[in-house]
Design a binder for this molecule. Structure first.
Ligand SMILES: Cc1ncc(C[n+]2csc(CCOP(=O)(O)OP(=O)(O)O)c2C)c(N)n1
Ligand code: SF4
Ligand SMILES: [Mg+2]
Length: 351
């Protein structure tokens, strides 16, 4: 694989964030994906979110599996920690890393093939265990890298580029994650930057499993008329449930919503998610209703987007397991060694 680095010099007057960094400082290598691929728009939205939040790249770990989507972490956050793992196995690598150091921000990038087929078991347990990660599924309904086979998220009424029927019903990863207990579930579209950037910021600030199922059209294999994951189809069938505003700690809410149209959800670090409800009867705090609305939308051929579900009360897996706040590589030998007295007592309990 060839990596082409971008030139490091940039205009001295570029806007800077609180860390004195420009957007360019959050970029990666030059993308080798097809021109127009939705995955590149998601990388751009991740760069924008990290820049806006003034995140330090050395506090971020980006992990992925295999696929065009899983290649995309190369194209953002050059300075972050990174691990491009095996097909469908990103969640277990992320779990190990997270147990070793829970202080990093974990960004998991996967595809619909990587997650909904070979990695479905790993995905389900990561959601169920409340792994503290922002889990991106760059969902194009196809195996882009291996040239366009139907994936398990492809809608049954969808036809392949060559006119073949899709014989099997799709897996709705968002509904599945809600059912399994994930604390934060959002769905968006790579072509809707205004919805996507605040959703990414909110997911990154959420402590627990945050799924972002992002429809990300594959221009090479699944963007034709019969596809339900094409740019045109999603633009026509997108039904957004809310406008989301991520309000960092100490910043005032500026939006002026009418009574009954707004929900404010506090996050663990004091930041706030301020939601303008676009659909009066949609409550993202109601698990049962969220699943029901997703099922209804699917039957009507609509794609429900926005913050679909949030449970601000969840404990992440390190809290549940009572894992040390200090990363393992920063603990001293004295702290790591239980001592001969404790070891003797463990050994004698096994006699
Ligand atoms: C164990 C294993 N099985 C199969 C493959 C072949 N393979 C590579 S990528 C891929 C599917 C990728 O699809 P998706 O995750 O949707 O990513 P996309 O390319 O669409 O972004 C497959 C089946 C592989 N690399 N490893
Ligand atoms: S094959 Fe599809 S998913 Fe892969 S880079 Fe091209 S457009 Fe993107
Ligand atoms: Mg795919």
């Amino acid at each position: 694989m060839t990596y082409i680095l971008k030139p490091v010099n940039h205009h001295p007057n570029l806007e800077k964030n609180k860390l004195g960094l420009t957007r360019r400082d959050y970029e990666g290598t030059i993308s080798t994906l097809c021109a127009g691929c939705g995955h590149d728009s998601i990388s751009a939205a991740i760069i924008e979110a990290c820049y806006d939040l003034s995140l330090s790249s050395d506090q971020i770990a980006k992990l992925s599996g295999i696929g065009c989507s899983s290649k995309s972490p190369s194209y953002f956050l050059n300075q972050a920690h990174a691990f491009n793992s095996v097909h469908g196995r990103m969640p277990s690598v992320a779990t190990g890393a997270n147990l070793g150091n829970q202080n990093l921000l974990y960004l998991g990038v996967s595809g619909d093939g990587d997650t909904a087929s070979i990695g479905i078991g790993q995905f389900m347990h990561a959601a169920r265990r409340q792994l503290n990660i922002t889990y991106f599924v760059e969902n194009n309904g196809t195996y882009g890298l291996t040239k366009g086979q139907f994936s398990a998220t492809n809608d049954q009424e969808s036809k392949s580029k060559y006119g073949e029927d899709n014989l099997f019903a799709p897996i709705d990863l968002a509904a599945m994650a809600i059912q399994l207990g994930a604390g934060f579930v959002g769905r968006s579209f790579s072509g809707d930057r205004n919805q996507l950037v605040p959703l990414i910021k909110a997911a990154m600030k959420f402590k627990g499993f945050a799924l972002l199922d992002i429809i990300s059209p594959c221009v090479a294999f699944n963007n034709h008329d019969g596809s339900t994951k094409s740019y045109d189809h999603i633009r026509e069938h997108n039904l957004s449930v809310s406008n989301l505003d991520f309000v960092p700690l100490g910043k005032e809410i500026k939006a002026d919503y009418k009574e009954g149209e707004q929900i404010d959800v506090p996050l663990h670090d004091g930041a706030l998610l301020s939601l303008e409800k676009l659909s009066k009867d949609y409550d993202p705090l109601d698990k049962k209703q969220a699943i029901m609305k997703l099922n209804e939308a699917e039957k009507e051929g609509k794609v429900l987007t926005g913050l679909l579900y949030i449970n601000p009360e969840v404990k992440d897996h390190t809290e549940i397991l009572n894992i040390s706040d200090t990363p393992l590589n920063q603990l001293s030998e004295k702290e790591l060694c239980p001592g001969s007295k404790n070891l003797d007592s463990v050994n004698s309990s096994l006699n």
